[in-house]
Design a protein around this ligand. Structure first.
Ligand SMILES: CC(C)(COP(=O)(O)OP(=O)(O)OC[C@H]1O[C@@H](n2cnc3c(N)ncnc32)[C@H](O)[C@@H]1OP(=O)(O)O)[C@@H](O)C(=O)NCCC(=O)NCCSC(=O)C[C@@H](O)CCCCCCCCCCCCC(=O)O
Length: 212
């Protein structure tokens, strides 16, 4: 599920609620769609903060659902609609943002991380590749070499490393939701931030893959 709360400054706070790590179960995916649609259709709401319950942003796809056929809404269009939102959406990352959890944060326009947060795309350790936009959005955000490193090793990075790489916009030792709300208020009314195009042509050692 996802809980919808109005918070000061004409913002909506969307909280993923699926203990223990707010994984992206069918109910959470549907909850994101419903709450985002509510926030975007309410003219009083000028921006959105997305967080996870119990100070854990999101541990990714719900591995408890891997045993059966995929049901419910898909992550790709769900995340695409967040990215396309005309109101700023800010991820408040506490605890973990792993796999689909980081892919969700990457679809948001801004990311605030708590200093103790860990981020990564560990899909490779499960024999998978990130399949909810991470292979497309991460290279656009931090460049192909750094993105390939994270995708192919599956390693987790600290909030400070994520800041240095450019994955997050700010690190806080306070309440990430409050810092995210402050940022959402400061950018409300501005055009949504978009990711730059993939800089493929500038990566020399990937020249065999150059597009002519
Ligand atoms: C999160 C952790 C770092 C926490 O570690 P910690 O040591 O604190 O605690 P535990 O490890 O003991 O875990 C606590 C508790 O939490 C449970 N848990 C952890 N992670 C998950 C999870 N992801 N889902 C469910 N439950 C989880 C854990 O089992 C424990 O439970 P317990 O009851 O025992 O207390 C650490 O746990 C960790 O590292 N977790 C793994 C995180 C991870 O690997 N995440 C990535 C998951 S894979 C993923 O996200 C894939 C994405 O890219 C999205 C994929 C989208 C798929 C879309 C597919 C579309 C395809 C369409 C194709 C159509 C084809 C066609 O039809 O043609």
């Amino acid at each position: 599920m996802a809980r919808y709360t109005r918070i000061p400054g004409s913002l909506a706070l969307i909280t993923l609620t699926n203990p223990p790590v707010n994984a992206l179960s069918v109910a959470v995916r549907q909850g994101i769609i419903d709450t985002m649609s509510r926030a975007l259709s309410d003219p009083e709401v000028k921006g959105v903060v997305l967080c996870g319950e119990n100070r854990k942003f999101c541990g990714g796809a719900d591995i408890r659902e891997f045993a059966g056929p995929m049901k419910g809404p898909h992550l790709v269009p769900t995340f695409d609609s967040i990215e396309a939102a005309e109101k700023p959406v800010v991820a408040a990352i506490e605890g973990v943002a792993l796999g689909g959890g980081l892919e969700l944060a990457l679809a948001c326009h801004y990311r605030i991380a708590h200093v103790k947060a860990r981020l990564g795309l560990p899909e490779v350790t499960l024999g998978l590749l990130p399949a909810a936009g991470g292979t497309q959005r991460l290279p656009r955000l931090i460049g192909v070499p750094a993105a390939l490193d994270l995708i192919t090793t599956g390693r987790h990075v600290s909030a400070q490393e994520a800041l240095k790489l450019g994955i997050v916009d700010r690190v806080t030792d306070g309440d990430a939701r409050e810092v995210a709300a402050e940022l959402a208020r400061s950018v409300s009314g501005q055009a949504s931030r978009t990711l730059p195009p993939l800089p493929v042509l500038r990566v020399a050692h990937l020249s065999p893959f150059r597009l002519n």
